[in-house]
Design a protein around this ligand. Structure first.
Ligand SMILES: Nc1ncnc2c1ncn2[C@@H]1O[C@H](COP(=O)(O)OP(=O)(O)OP(=O)(O)O)[C@@H](O)[C@H]1O
Ligand SMILES: [Mg+2]
Length: 139
């Protein structure tokens, strides 16, 4: 099943993320791929708020912190592996906790670092289409 959607603003991408979140059931890895600025973090705002784990305005890029955790009982992890170089980094960042309880884990740039996980994965690709248009494909 491959599904495609074109959005024309950040708000529209957030809204799509909120709808998309309804089909996520922990444990699951959401792998976001796409060039810089395509909207991976923007989409995550929709997913995290759709899951009721945080307000979309409180979801920010984990570019430097590498991992953010939202929600109390049902945790949503949001990580950016752009700067991850080794499993050592992965462990020191506290991401190994992610796999101790079933959660929704959203990963930007996951292709940079091969993750071994038994959890089901959903890959979502984002592409620039010029201006504010983005193609979102669920793979
Ligand atoms: N249709 C759209 N969908 C998503 N974001 C959009 C759209 N149109 C414009 N934007 C803007 O593009 C930028 C996307 O930035 P965002 O941080 O979400 O990208 P990213 O893929 O996470 O980048 P990075 O790889 O640097 O983490 C934001 O400034 C957002 O407002
Ligand atoms: Mg980002």
């Amino acid at each position: 099943m491959s599904e495609e959607m074109i959005t024309h603003s950040a708000e529209e991408t957030v809204r799509w993320g909120r709808e998309f979140s309804k089909r996520l059931k922990a444990p699951v890895l959401v792998l976001l791929t796409g060039d810089l600025g395509t909207g991976k973090t923007t989409l995550t705002k929709g997913i995290v708020s759709g899951l009721g784990a945080a307000n979309e305005n409180d979801v920010t890029s984990p570019t430097f912190t590498l991992v953010h955790v939202y929600g109390r009982l049902a945790k949503v992890y949001h990580a950016d592996l752009y700067r991850i170089e080794s499993f050592h980094d992965f462990e020191t960042l506290g991401m190994e906790d992610m796999f101790t309880t079933p959660s929704v884990a959203i990963l930007e740039w996951s292709e940079r670092f091969p993750l071994q996980s038994p959890w089901p994965q959903i890959r979502v690709r984002l592409e620039h289409l010029g201006g504010d248009a983005r193609r979102i494909t669920v793979l």
